[in-house]
Design a protein around this ligand. Structure first.
Ligand code: AVJ
Length: 328
């Protein structure tokens, strides 16, 4: 497919180990040191993320699911029928299932079009969801949804409900966020609807402490998720990270409105990565992830700049998480 824009390094995993070496070396030789975020999601990392979504401190998944349960009965009315559902990212099947179950009561069969870079993720989602919603017709597409064109099918001239949920957009820089939504909107018509799930910035409603703990839980699952990146590099490429010489750190960057995850070197040390000696001083960190958090104003700007017009916003009673409906 035609690349629309330069691919951000964050999204797509290279397929050869020499390409992984190159990407990892580039990040570790930069100042400050970084590692690409796709490294998180190997098999063990994906399992750890599933465990994160069940932690008491990690309110995002559970809060979004509650909001879906609340809005599901009237969603078909808001979107209008006939409708088809497409989703960026394979999504956590259980949450999408809440919406699809309700929508399938208004529309049989219901065409569901998940778009993801990972074939295994879309397959898994398709399997779980068809078991949950037998009226579902699943048509997955493997594509990089930032940079590539994809197809959106409209059976019977249906309206499209586009899902981009789970705070997935938060892992991308503001420029990438805009590219994702602009690319999405170029596939939609004015009568179509976007449903966007976003985590809200700390403030009067949410303390910094509550946010911080969501990314540094007491059981240490997020720490394990972060350090798994190093385990993966030791296994998949020629690297010798000593795991006990790194510590998980999560910190709020107020000026960028994001939680950052880092791996802090506890000692001054040298690590070998594909024949390259990387030196880290004591206290130096490797930046592994950004998770952007949104104010109401930032949500408005993001939608406006990408051509959507805000329809309504649903937030939980604490005001911690938002599900936004916008018109294409
Ligand atoms: C998958 C992007 C929603 O940023 O909250 C969870 C990933 N990182 N804990 C997030 C994550 C650390 C998560 N998203």
């Amino acid at each position: 497919m035609d690349p629309l824009i330069e691919a951000p390094e964050a999204l797509e995993a290279p397929t050869t180990s020499s390409a992984v070496c190159e990407a990892v070396q580039a990040g570790l030789n930069a100042t400050p040191k970084t590692l690409p975020a796709w490294l998180f999601y190997d098999e063990h990392g994906s399992q750890l993320f599933e465990r994160i979504t069940e932690l008491p401190e990690y309110y995002l998944t559970r809060t979004e699911r509650h909001l879906f349960v609340e809005m599901a009965p009237t969603l078909a009315e808001h979107v209008g029928t006939p409708l088809t559902v497409m989703e960026l990212g394979a999504g956590t099947a259980s949450k999408t299932g809440v919406l699809l179950t309700a929508l399938a009561q208004h529309q049989t069969p219901l065409l569901y079009q998940p778009i993801d870079v990972s074939a295994s993720a879309t397959e898994e989602a398709a399997n779980v969801l068809t078991r949950l919603v037998p009226q579902l017709q699943v048509q997955p597409q493997i594509a990089n949804y930032i940079t590539e064109r994809y197809d959106v099918e409209r059976p019977a001239n249906a309206r499209v409900l586009a899902l981009y949920i789970g705070s997935s957009i938060g892992n991308f820089s503001p420029a990438e966020q805009q590219n994702i939504l602009r690319n999405l909107r170029s596939h939609l018509e004015p009568r179509d609807t976007l449903l966007l799930g976003l985590d809200l910035a700390p403030g009067d409603a949410k303390s910094h402490d509550a946010l911080q703990k969501a990314y540094d839980d007491d059981a240490g699952v997020t720490a394990a998720f972060n350090k798994n990146v190093l385990t993966r590099l030791n296994r998949e490429i020629d690297a010798d990270f000593k795991l006990d010489q790194f510590a998980h750190r999560a910190c709020w960057n107020a000026s960028e409105s994001r939680i950052e995850m880092h791996l802090e070197s506890l000692v001054s040390q040298t690590v070998n990565v594909c024949g390259d000696a990387i030196t880290l001083s004591k206290g130096e960190t490797i930046h592994t992830e950004n998770s952007y958090k949104f104010t109401d104003a930032a949500i408005n700007t993001l939608l406006q700049d990408s051509g959507f017009s805000m329809n309504r916003t649903l937030t939980d009673e604490n005001g911690w998480y938002a599900v936004v409906m916008a018109d294409a």
